[in-house]
Design a protein around this ligand. Structure first.
Ligand SMILES: *[C@@H]1O[C@H](CO)[C@@H](O)[C@H](O)[C@H]1NC(C)=O
Ligand SMILES: *[C@@H]1O[C@H](CO)[C@@H](O)[C@H](O)[C@H]1NC(C)=O
Length: 461
């Protein structure tokens, strides 16, 4: 990521620095941030150095989840378009040309950012339990998705407003005759580094780690495809080296995200089978985690892949993760994927828009997800997560229980453990919500969770 190479004189450097500071931090005070810039290291920037950065391993900070950036007390790189929670510190690293953010050092800021994150992630399914029909559920879901979308958009706008000056910066740099490598050139280099027999394992992992950053952009991902990079990472899934498998899956998942062209090429290139093999066999958790990420990116909004996934027994493979030891952290991700797939289909079937492609609707009809879900007893797998200690996990489980209710109601009514878990959750969230209100937060996170618990209890009634 050395596209800030070849800076001119020291004086110009300082000018650039000031320019950067001025545009990026016009909204906040400069004084305490200027020393953060790695001014003395500008010339040393080098791909290898940069990619030697520890890949994120913490569950909470897993980069694939991030539309919203979850800051920690360490500086971490921001991706284009990521929303930064209020109160985070942001800087531009001149060594890498990347924006970085972290939590402010005070304890207060930390809990504030957390709360913000919680609030943002929460989405209550707004259903009147007494007259519950699947039609209403669909409507509630449609509303839910809409508001999620609107919210995301607003946040993206906000972030874009703050960071748009980067484009202007590029122009300024060009005027000053600073050579910046294009993304295309950088990707060519990274692919050849990954493909070279002269590269060490560490070199290859580093190349993949950097590629992941570039292929997030739709146009870059298309270039990546035409350069032959996609096929290389699909083959990388076969590697005997766990680290290569893991990072190949990571790049693949990033390239696949919301990119239909890459989705089609990847499924034709055999990626789906390879990912399922990884998930079905004994592999380190980190490898499975990234394979699940790539699988999710492959399946979302791609009914053809969903059909193939069901045909290949993919749903059973995911179900088996609930029976393996040590895979607990994957459960909530699996349930989130399931939720997304079910909701995606419901929304499409329910949409009255005439402009929906007939073809797509026909394809979704062939995705027989719900019968398989009921048959494999996903009802229990999902409700089991309600007993998890993390609020985030419970929140996802509650949402999914609500969408499964139409199909799992009888199963749930007979489940004594479930009703006692729901009772415990209600008590816990009543307390937490009361505390929240007493602190002046009327629409707090715990209040919302309490609402979701009560809705589920009423639906079971
Ligand atoms: C990878 O290397 C092989 C052998 O050197 C070469 O034939 C192939 O074209 C390379 N692939 C890409 C995408 O660069
Ligand atoms: C990769 O794995 C698949 C099975 O997933 C196997 O059929 C194929 O032969 C393997 N390819 C290589 C190059 O090892």
């Amino acid at each position: 990521m050395s596209h800030w190479a070849g800076l001119p004189s020291a004086a110009a450097k300082v000018n650039l620095l000031l320019l950067v500071v001025a545009v990026l931090f016009s909204w906040s005070s400069l004084s305490d941030r200027v020393p953060e810039f790695a001014l003395t290291k500008i010339e040393e920037s080098d791909l290898k150095d940069d990619s030697g950065k520890e890949p994120l391993t913490e569950d909470d900070a897993d980069p694939e989840d991030l539309e919203v950036f979850y800051p920690t007390h360490q500086w971490q790189t921001l991706r284009p378009g990521q929303a930064v929670p209020a109160g985070s510190h942001v800087r531009l690293n001149l060594q890498t040309g990347e924006r970085e953010a972290k939590l402010p050092d005070s304890e207060d800021g930390k809990s504030e950012a957390r709360e913000e994150r919680r609030r943002k992630r929460l989405a209550k399914v707004d259903v009147d339990a007494n007259s519950f029909t699947s039609q209403e559920l669909k409507k509630a879901l449609a509303k839910l998705k809409e508001s999620e979308k609107a919210e995301r958009k607003a946040r993206e706008e906000e972030v874009r407003k703050k960071f748009r000056p980067i484009e202007q910066l590029k122009e300024e740099f060009e005027k000053l005759n600073v050579k910046m490598e294009t993304d295309y050139e950088i990707m060519v280099k990274l692919i050849s580094k990954f493909n070279s027999s002269a590269s060490t394992l560490a070199d290859k992992v580093a190349a993949l780690y950097d590629l992941e950053y570039y292929v997030h952009q739709v146009d870059n991902a298309k270039d990546f495809l035409s350069m032959g990079g996609l096929q290389l990472v699909i083959e990388g899934l076969n590697s005997t080296e766990a680290a290569l498998k893991e990072h190949a899956a990571f790049v693949l998942g990033a390239a696949l995200s919301s990119n239909p062209k890459v989705q089609i090429e990847a499924i034709e290139g055999g990626a789906l089978q390879k990912l399922l093999v990884i998930l079905a066999t004994e592999q380190p958790l980190a490898v499975k985690k990234k394979a699940l990420f790539a699988l999710s990116s492959m399946l979302r909004h791609f009914p053809y892949a969903q059909q193939q996934f069901l045909k290949l027994g993919g749903l059973q493979v995911l179900r088996s993760l609930f029976r393996q030891k040590g895979m607990e952290t994957l459960h909530v991700r699996v349930v989130t994927l399931l939720y997304d797939l079910i909701v995606e289909k419901l929304l499409l079937e329910d949409s009255q828009q005439e402009d929906q492609l007939e073809e797509k609707i026909l394809q979704y009809r062939q995705v027989r997800l719900v019968p398989a879900v009921v048959e494999q007893d996903w009802c229990a797998a999902v409700s089991g997560l309600l007993a998890a200690p993390e609020h985030d996990t419970r929140e996802k489980a509650l949402k999914t229980v609500a969408v499964l209710m139409a199909f799992c109601r009888e199963r749930y009514r007979r489940d004594r453990a479930l009703s006692s878990t729901l009772g415990l959750l209600r008590r816990e969230y009543e307390e937490l919500a009361a505390q929240e209100r007493s602190e002046g937060d009327k629409d707090g996170y715990f209040g919302e969770l309490l609402g979701s618990v009560n809705t589920v209890i009423q639906q079971l009634g």
